[in-house]
Design a protein around this ligand. Structure first.
Ligand SMILES: [Zn+2]
Ligand SMILES: [Zn+2]
Length: 343
């Protein structure tokens, strides 16, 4: 009999995940097997399990794209990692490696990209098959539970900040101090930027101050657009909108300084009207940003390994996954939930 592993699987969209004992997959040529130590739970997992997005995963599948663990077996022709290495299996599971986007280090938009916990089985299981060319290399000194949120939420916010092109000493406005925003504040401070944090929750803004925000604005108490413009003498050089809200997108453009860049990383459904006159006359750039490259991943992890960025995490066992997904869906997760496989 082949050895088995526990996994939480989506058998039908919109139903709770089912716990199954399945065979531990054997790594084929060019593949590795990772024994999971931790896996973060992301809002994308909620969408994946419900089949919310136009391109749906094939059923059944194992969600989870923040899995961290140790390489325990390798197929033939693997040279990029060795047994015992600690790696992360991220959303960008693999890409073609030779299209125009891959060749210019934009593999996240490769048309042939595969996605962890979506088009490939992910980290809500005791073992994960991975592509050694695309795993994250976890620095020693960074625990697996601390590393987990960095390989999705961390890289997404770090790349979003880079895409604002804001330079040290300039202002960035971070709209939304949730799972993404609390990391964005820390990355921005570590990058030498002045930070203005915007939210509608006073407790989150107090936390933003603790994390180093130079200016905090409660969007329920003041018009956030004029408050940012006043507080930064003309608007933020870079704006990162993490809140999945259309009004936050619209406000984000209004907060952007002349010749500044507003980067959107939240994913609310729908469309938002663009104030064309302001965008054109003020030479404003509106830019979407989606995860990041493998180099961005290494940089995002390095900040965490140096202790400059740390996600607020809540540890739970794999067996709690359905309650965690339900809480996420209803906005009842204050920080980032990480499944701890040592539990
Ligand atoms: Zn994610
Ligand atoms: Zn490609």
């Amino acid at each position: 009999m082949k050895p088995k592993m526990k996994a939480a699987m989506v058998l039908r969209f919109g139903e709770p995940l089912e716990f199954r004992e399945c065979e531990i997959p054997a790594p084929g040529p060019g593949q590795i097997l990772v024994k999971t130590e931790a896996c973060g739970v992301c809002h994308t997992d909620v969408h994946a399990a419900k089949g919310d997005w136009p391109m749906k995963p094939a059923l059944p599948f194992i969600p989870g794209h923040e899995g961290i663990g140790v390489v325990v077996a390798m197929g033939r022709e693997v040279t990029a990692v060795k047994e015992g290495d600690r790696v992360g299996v991220p959303w960008l599971y693999s890409a073609c490696g030779h299209c125009e986007h891959c060749l210019s280090a934009w593999e996240a938009v490769c048309a042939e990209a595969e996605f962890g916990g979506y088009t490939r089985n992910g980290g809500f299981a005791e073992y994960i098959l991975a592509d050694p060319g695309y795993v994250a290399h976890i620095p020693s000194g960074l625990t697996s539970t601390d590393a987990a949120p960095i390989i999705c939420a961390g890289i997404t916010t770090y790349k979003g900040l880079k895409e604002t092109r804001a330079k040290p000493g300039q202002w960035v406005a971070i709209s939304g101090v949730g799972g993404l925003g609390h990391l964005a504040i820390q990355y921005a401070k570590a990058m030498g930027l002045l930070v203005c944090a915007i939210d509608v929750d006073g407790g989150k803004l107090t936390h933003a101050k603790r994390l180093g925000a130079d200016l905090v604005i409660n969007a329920l108490e003041a018009d956030p657009v004029s408050a940012v413009r006043d507080g930064t003498a003309g608007g933020a050089h870079g704006v990162v909108v993490t809140a999945p809200s259309l009004s936050a997108f619209k406000q984000g453009v209004g907060m952007t300084r002349k010749r500044g860049t507003c980067v959107l990383i939240g994913l609310p459904p729908g469309e938002f009207p663009t104030p064309l006159f302001d965008v054109v006359a003020n030479c404003i750039t509106i830019r979407g940003s989606f995860v990041g490259s493998r180099q961005d991943m290494a940089e995002a992890l390095a900040f965490a390994a140096e202790g400059k960025v740390k996600a607020d995490i809540e540890l739970q066992p794999l067996s709690a996954i359905n309650q965690v997904l339900e809480r996420l869906e209803h906005g009842k997760v204050a920080s980032r939930v990480v499944l701890d496989f040592a539990r």
